[in-house]
Design a protein around this ligand. Structure first.
Ligand SMILES: [Zn+2]
Length: 438
């Protein structure tokens, strides 16, 4: 219909044609996905105001309050906050590292946090000047390494080694992490740029500091100075945001989930914006809430914005243990995480019970060509669908396959500038079509 009016050139003659055209435009705006709204929410959540939606600077909680208001503006029937607590290691203070690749007392060179180095999430702070011991990975001999570390020139050394090598020689390297086992001060894992920062195991602090450094930044370095503060938050309060749109029936429901937390700060200047991870999914379910608030659904709809995901699925785990609706009443759950990319293939995972609906997803996608294909991987504990999948909820996890944005995953470059918007509309249409037909 839209195309045929174009052919008849409504702008030239018929006023009625123009009116119908305008109505068709308006209908599209309220009728389906809303890219402008989507972009606006991503831009807001990725801004400095929320400091990477972590804990030490209260960024996640500020983002949660923004979402509460955003759901209210979207016209949902109710929004509640579900508080829970977590223990989390953070780095909100000093983050200074400099290295010297020549003999002692020559000039030190500053490394840039987030670019040249970051911290292991469970590392304590580190203060002082240290010799650097480079592990010989070509002719590795654990006994020789421990003997070397007893030499006076390596007293209190930081042991530098490629991360996967330490992983393959866990036994030796776990000794280097424990106090009293060896007199090294800590560890340096090398990781190719762009350097990453994780949070999943930040619920504790280990005895010795561990830094992630790029191979280029640590090559030939003999001494390292560091002034890095950590702050361990015990029983930190955060919350899930739960929005509800009432359907005609209340005996079952559909659930959308997306985590709104991210990695927070690395020192007092750097924050991880997390535009793709996961301002993208968060914004997507906000626009879905707006859509269903305007188009009364058959069944109740829940929109769960989780906190604590990048800290190891803490918000979704808490909700799954304390659901506001019996999990057995969930007809289907859609977890949307990292769709801010531009791969034409859509990655997904299903719970066993979710496989019931998988053919329908494939059918819809094949018919409408939203994505060139769906690529289903094995169920894994990699996002918020997992606590529901293990509790037998029919669910699907939707994440865009690796596109131009994926290289920035968990780096300081995952920003509003690098996030891609291509997958929003196809995801939106895929899930709304699914609900119509399921
Ligand atoms: Zn993440």
């Amino acid at each position: 219909m839209f195309i045929s009016y174009m052919k008849h050139s409504p702008f030239g003659g018929s006023r009625r044609g123009l009116l119908i055209l305008l109505l068709a435009f308006a209908g599209m705006q309220v009728g389906a996905q809303d890219l402008a709204h989507y972009k606006r929410v991503i831009k807001e959540l990725a801004s400095a105001k929320y400091q990477g939606r972590g804990y030490a600077k209260n960024g996640a909680n500020k983002a949660g309050i923004f979402l509460e208001k955003e759901y209210q503006k979207a016209g949902v029937d109710g929004v509640t906050l579900q508080p829970f607590k977590l223990d989390i290691n953070t780095f909100p203070g000093k983050m200074e590292v400099e290295v010297n690749s020549k003999i002692q007392n020559s000039k030190f060179k500053k490394l840039t946090p987030g670019v040249d180095f970051s911290m292991r999430e469970y590392s304590p702070g580190i203060h002082g000047e240290f010799p650097v011991y480079h592990v010989d990975t070509l002719n590795f001999d654990a006994d020789r390494m421990f003997a070397d570390l007893q030499k006076p020139e390596y007293a209190n050394a930081l042991v530098a080694c490629e991360f996967w090598f330490t992983y393959r020689h866990k036994e030796a390297f776990s000794r280097l992490q424990k106090a009293g086992e060896c007199n090294n001060a800590g560890l340096i894992y090398t990781w190719p740029a762009p350097i990453k920062f994780f949070k999943a195991y930040g619920h504790r602090v280990v005895e010795k500091p561990i830094l992630w450094v790029t191979p280029e930044a640590i090559e030939g370095v003999q001494r390292l100075r560091a002034d890095v503060d950590n702050m361990f938050l015990k029983d930190y309060s955060c919350f899930n945001v739960i929005a509800k749109v009432e359907g005609e029936r209340h005996d079952s429901c559909y659930v959308f989930t997306a985590h709104y937390d991210h990695l927070g700060n690395l020192g007092d200047k750097i924050f991880y914006a997390g535009a793709n991870d996961n301002a993208s999914g968060t914004a997507c379910i906000v626009t879905l809430a707006a859509y269903y608030a305007k188009h009364k659904p058959q069944y109740d709809m829940y929109f769960l914005s989780f906190s604590g995901e990048d800290a190891n699925l803490r918000g979704s785990e808490f909700f799954a243990n304390n659901p506001v609706v019996p999990l057995s009443q969930i007809k289907y759950l859609f977890n949307i995480d990292m769709i801010g990319d531009n791969n034409p293939v859509q990655y997904c995972e299903c719970s066993d019970e979710g496989m019931r609906g998988y053919q329908l997803f494939e059918q819809i996608n094949a018919g409408k060509k939203y994505f060139t294909s769906l690529h289903r991987g094995d169920l894994a504990a990699n996002s918020d669908h997992y606590p529901f999948a293990t509790r037998h909820v029919p669910c699907i996890f939707l994440e865009n396959e690796k596109g131009d944005a994926f290289q920035y995953y968990h780096t300081i470059y995952d920003t509003y500038k690098t996030v891609r918007f291509d997958s929003y509309e196809p995801v939106f249409r895929l899930v709304t079509d699914f609900i119509e037909k399921y």
